[in-house]
Ligand binder design. Structure first.
Ligand code: 5GP
Ligand code: MG
Length: 178
C-alpha cells in the first residue's frame, strides 16, 4: 500500500475546499447530500468546517454485488430525503469522482425535486477517467488513476478507518479478491 495523501495533507486540502464552498454560498442555506457510505467521513469533516446554515442528508448505499465498487445504474429512491430540497441549494458530497457516472445519474434525479441549484463536491478526482460532460464544482485533490482506500473509502469492506488516502498495489487487490 502506498500513501498518496497524508493525514496532514488531507486536512489542508479539506480546509481549502471548505473555504471555497463557504465563500461560494456566502450565508445561503445549504443542503449537503452525502452519496453512499463512502462519503460519511468526508461529510463529517465538512460539516465541522462549514459555518453555514446547514441541512444534512445521506443517500443509502446501493446494493452492489459482493466486492462491486460500481454497481449501476445509479437509481436511488429519493424518498429517503428527510427534508424538502425544493428551492434550496444542494451540494452533493462524494468521496471520489472517477468516471463521473454516479454524479451524472444522480443530478437529474435531484433536479426533478426542484432545488435552486445542485452542485458537486468530491474529496478526490481521478485523472483521465471522466466520461461525462460535467466536472465536480469543488475538488479536494486530483489523484492518479489507481484504486484508493482510506478516509471512508473501502475495498471489500476494509481500510475505511485509515486516516490517510492510500493506493492499493495490484497484489493487494488480487489477494483480497481470492
Ligand atoms: P464514478 O461513478 O465517478 O465512476 O465512481 C464513483 C464511485 O465509484 C465512488 O463514489 C466510489 O464509491 C467508487 N470508486 C471509484 N474509484 C474508486 C477507488 O479508487 N476506490 C474506492 N474505494 N472506490 C472507488
Ligand atoms: Mg461512493
Amino acid at each position: 500500500m502506498k500513501v498518496l495523501i497524508s493525514e496532514n495533507e488531507l486536512r489542508q486540502g479539506l480546509t481549502r475546499m471548505a473555504g471555497e464552498i463557504r465563500a461560494h454560498y456566502a450565508d445561503k442555506p445549504l443542503t449537503l447530500v452525502g452519496v453512499f457510505a463512502g462519503s460519511i467521513v468526508l461529510l463529517a469533516d465538512l460539516i465541522r468546517l462549514l459555518d453555514l446554515p446547514l441541512r444534512v442528508e445521506l443517500l443509502p448505499s446501493r446494493h452492489g454485488g459482493k466486492g462491486t465498487n460500481k454497481p449501476s445504474p445509479v437509481v436511488v429512491d429519493l424518498d429517503v430525503l428527510v427534508s424538502d430540497i425544493r428551492g434550496r441549494h444542494v451540494l452533493l458530497v462524494d468521496d471520489i469522482f472517477d468516471t463521473g457516472d454516479t454524479m451524472w445519474e444522480l443530478i437529474p434525479q435531484l433536479d426533478e425535486l426542484g432545488p435552486e441549484t445542485v452542485r458537486v463536491a468530491v474529496l478526490l478526482r481521478k485523472q483521465g477517467r471522466c466520461r461525462v460532460p460535467r466536472q465536480p464544482d469543488f475538488v479536494g485533490f486530483d489523484i492518479p488513476d489507481a484504486f484508493v482506500v482510506g478516509y471512508g473509502l473501502d475495498y471489500n469492506d476494509r481500510y475505511r478507518h485509515l486516516p490517510y488516502i492510500a493506493a492499493l498495489e495490484p497484489e493487494e487487490l488480487r489477494e483480497a479478491a481470492s
